[in-house]
Design a protein around this ligand. Structure first.
Ligand code: HSE
Length: 306
């Protein structure tokens, strides 16, 4: 196999209570990439369609993540990458993670899978370091594993796949403004009060329990963020109204997708997720803000060959 075409999913990081540790993969939101072997060593980004992003290997997250893999691989040739972007950078739906994880996953396939998925997370995190200044794993892990993932430790990588209840759907609305993850991290406080921490870890534990036991009500009660959302929501137009109307329409819970500005809600069943989409749209239609909106099942597979 000399060439491969893949789908790399968008992801929702944090999932409200799990800042930098929880994430989930989307099913019908993502980028496509073509990766092929070339005789020259190294990585060439030959084409980017859909977004204005750098072609220089060292400035492109797919290039940097791919180089991190090649530095540990036994390859006597290189790779050319074409990226077809559907996820906008700065949307909060894991744009850089999709490119980074997609590149290393596809290169690993073409090399005959010398690396395991945990290594692929590690290489992809170098792309995240370039994009955000911090090599966080909560977008690249669900992109690579599929489903929900929990990053127990980022230093000595420890990633746990969490089962997904079959009727869980995500609604994601992306107001057409860009919020850079680096900026959205800059404004966060570096200390957390014990009172907030107690509430937060209660929610993380309960969310994981709800996902294991298909307890949709518990999942809903756990989707609360006392630490990051109160600060970041200020950057997102009409966040409080979108959240209020989503819950009123029957969403289990609603919060910021990754570092925003996208807002996500989880619902039981596609019909409910579509109703939540209507509720979200009506808020932005009223205030006159352009948006993209997606309703998606949770992706169980992660990256896949097309
Ligand atoms: N956990 C990261 C953050 C995700 O919220 O900054 C960025 O997509």
């Amino acid at each position: 196999m000399d060439e491969i075409k893949i789908f790399a999913p968008g992801t929702i990081a944090n999932v409200s209570c799990g800042f930098d540790v929880l994430g989930l993969a989307l099913d019908n939101v993502g980028d496509e990439m073509v990766i092929r072997k070339i005789p020259e060593n190294g990585i060439i980004i030959s084409k980017i369609v859909g977004q204005d992003l750098p072609l220089e290997t060292h400035k492109n997250v797919a290039g940097v993540a791919g180089l991190a893999l090649l530095a540990e691989a036994n390859a006597n040739h290189g790779f050319e990458i074409e990226i077809y972007k559907n996820i906008k950078p700065g949307s909060g739906i894991g744009s850089s993670a999709a490119s980074s994880a997609g590149a290393v996953w596809a290169i690993n396939e073409l090399l005959g899978k010398p690396f395991g998925v945990k290594d692929l997370v590690r290489f992809s995190m170098e792309g995240e370091r370039l994009a955000t200044g911090v090599p966080h794993a909560d977008n690249v892990a669900p992109a690579l594993f599929g489903g929900f993932t929990l990053v127990r430790s980022q230093e000595e990588l420890d990633i746990i796949s969490i089962p997904t209840p079959s009727e869980l759907y995500a609604t994601v609305i992306h107001p057409q403004i860009e919020v850079k993850t680096a900026d959205a991290r800059e404004i966060l406080k570096t200390n957390v009060s014990l009172k907030d921490a107690i509430k937060q870890w209660g929610n993380v534990g309960a969310l994981i329990s709800g996902l294991y036991t298909n307890d949709y009500e518990l999942i809903g009660r756990s989707l609360n963020d006392y630490i990051v959302e109160p600060i970041r929501s200020i950057l997102i137009p009409a966040f409080d109204s979108v959240k209020k109307q989503s819950i009123k329409a029957g969403a289990l819970g609603c919060g910021i997708s990754g570092s925003g500005p996208s807002i996500f809600a989880l619902s039981k069943g596609e019909a409910k997720a579509l109703e939540v989409a209507e509720a979200m749209k009506s808020v932005y239609n009223k205030v006159g803000i352009d948006y993209d909106i997606h309703v998606s099942k949770i992706n169980q597979q992660g990256i896949k060959i097309l």
